[in-house]
Write a protein that binds this ligand. Sequence first.
Ligand code: SF4
Length: 72
Amino acid sequence: MQPKTTKHTTRQLRVDPHLCEAHALCTELAPDIFDLGDDIATCEPDVDQTHWDSVEAAISACPRQAIGWVSD
Ligand code: SF4
């Protein structure tokens, strides 16, 4: 299920660098959003709705639960 958003809230995607262990599942599931650096993944914080499904799949697949949404 996708998190709800309203006109008054925005959310940004975040990878916790302290949790990420570079398993790369996120880059496989959402290559337009995630990028794998030397030892951690990074992501585009502002995600277009067209990518929400792949991002949610990456969030579910991450074995470290390192990916999440941050609301304003
Ligand atoms: S799947 Fe999770 S642990 Fe693996 S690279 Fe992506 S954020 Fe890091």
